[in-house]
Design a protein around this ligand. Structure first.
Ligand SMILES: Cc1cc2nc3c(=O)[nH]c(=O)nc-3n(C[C@H](O)[C@H](O)[C@H](O)COP(=O)(O)OP(=O)(O)OC[C@H]3O[C@@H](n4cnc5c(N)ncnc54)[C@H](O)[C@@H]3O)c2cc1C
Length: 410
């Protein structure tokens, strides 16, 4: 039975383990953190004596933009449920706010059928949706997102209060500048599939349910085990740990791309260059109870509460409404990219994550990774960064699927 080592237990490494096991391999999974990476930052809160679990970050999906994730969860028998995707957008500059829900029912929301006057924001959203449908169909959505919006004359207020916050503080979690540099076609396609698809979903029992189901495919799980280096020769691939070394037939590296250079000092320069070219941005996430992150009027609190200012955008998820099964208790929020610090006595937990950003140069990098993985090397790469699209659970699962096809092909 071929021996496969997988380094990293985010969803990419776990999905790769699942695929490798189905191909009949013996799977050893190495993770540097104390528990599998996909659920490593989960947290527990206490509501009047009831313990509740939350994910950090809270992750969502649907069947339109995440078909591979939905298929994997269905195969595993994972239960999921709809998220109440109501959103409130507030601009610090203009002190104006507006509300919006996913999926968008254009007829009702825009008053087309009802005759109710649509707000200027909603009218711009409808125009963007129409432009996106037409331009994607006609292959006319080339260039950066910033260019696309300029070409179609969308207002600065629409862009800075709604569009960029919605993308930069949730879907892509990156700076507004990086959103402007994204390829327009990728974002327009994603917005269509999120906004008009089957809404947004979350795994009912959280990431730990996915982790447990996928770990069933792992023969040997080694947590708190940072891999120091990976090398290969004609006969095997060698994994060096802090105090030992092990031989495998193949190694799948499922870490972030920016961790590979240190891990694989003997890779050809051209391969190291490709992996080093994926750019990551920091994404701080804080779980807290500070109500200053929410709209001033409690009646306007939504599940997703966006605030934008000249400094950028943040999103605070009202966790008690996101988790419909949580018992009543103190309001708790998860803020992505906080623009200011929550009061220290309100902080429950905090983590600094990283996320790759996508530019037009990414297309060339995705092609290069595919070629590297199809070469005869014993070392293969997968992760959310490694295939086309926004780096999401979906790209990680697709990447894991492809890398295992490459393994099967030699
Ligand atoms: C705030 C935020 C919100 C998000 N929300 C969503 C969402 O709603 N929906 C969605 O689809 N996606 C979402 N994402 C993106 C999604 O979480 C990621 O795309 C996905 O988790 C990446 O998985 P991965 O397996 O590629 O990488 P990672 O999860 O980064 O896994 C890499 C693993 O490798 C381990 N590792 C690194 N080096 C070593 C070593 N030397 N030895 C052993 N182990 C090592 C790391 O500890 C880590 O566990 C969000 C991301 C952020 C930051």
């Amino acid at each position: 039975m071929p021996k496969i080592a997988i380094i990293g237990s985010g969803i990419a490494g776990l999905a790769a383990a699942y695929n490798c096991k189905r191909q009949g391999h013996h799977v050893t999974l190495f993770e540097k953190q104390a528990s599998p990476g996909m659920g490593a930052h989960g947290f527990q809160l206490n509501f009047n004596g009831h313990a509740v679990l939350g994910d950090l970050p809270s992750r969502m999906f649907n069947r339109s933009l995440w078909p591979g994730v939905a298929r994997l969860y269905d195969d595993l028998g994972i239960q999921y449920e709809k998220v109440l995707a109501e959103q409130n957008f507030f601009s610090v500059e203009t002190a104006r706010s507006f509300q919006f829900s996913i999926p968008v029912d254009w007829k009702v929301k825009l008053g087309i059928a009802t005759g109710v006057a649509a707000s200027p924001m909603h009218r711009q959203m409808q125009r963007l949706q129409q432009c996106a449908t037409r331009d994607l169909e006609q292959g006319n959505a080339g260039g950066t997102f910033a260019h696309y919006l300029k070409r179609h004359d969308f207002s600065a207020e629409f862009t800075s209060t709604f569009l960029f916050p919605a993308l930069s503080a949730t879907v892509c979690t990156c700076s507004d500048k990086a959103i402007g540099n994204y390829p327009a076609a990728i974002l327009l396609d994603a917005m269509q599939k999120i906004g008009t698809g089957d809404g947004l979903w979350r795994v009912s029992a959280g990431s730990s349910a996915v982790v447990s189901a996928l770990l069933a495919s792992v023969d040997d799980l080694c947590c708190s085990t940072p891999v120091v280096s990976v090398t290969e020769n004609d006969a095997s691939a060698t994994i060096r740990l802090q105090d030992s070394q092990l031989e495998f037939d193949r190694v799948i590296i499922a870490t972030q791309a920016n961790h590979v250079a240190q891990l694989c000092p003997e890779l050809p320069g051209s391969v190291r260059q490709v992996l080093a070219s994926f750019v990551y941005e920091p994404v701080p996430v804080i779980v807290h109870t500070d109500p200053r992150f929410m709209p001033t009027e409690k009646g306007q609190w939504s599940v997703f509460n966006f605030q934008s200012s000249s400094a950028g955008s943040m999103c605070s998820v009202w966790l008690n409404r996101f988790h419909t099964q949580w018992p009543d208790g103190e309001p708790v929020f998860q803020t992505i990219k906080p623009l200011f610090e929550p009061a220290s006595d309100t902080i429950k937990c905090a983590v600094n994550l990283q996320r790759p950003v996508v530019t037009e140069a990414s297309y060339g990098l995705w092609d290069s990774i595919a070629k590297i993985n199809r070469s005869g090397s014993r070392i293969k790469f997968c992760g959310s960064y490694a295939v086309e699209g926004i780096p999401l659970l979906e790209s990680a699962v697709v990447s894991a699927h492809r890398v295992c096809q490459d393994l099967a092909g030699g």
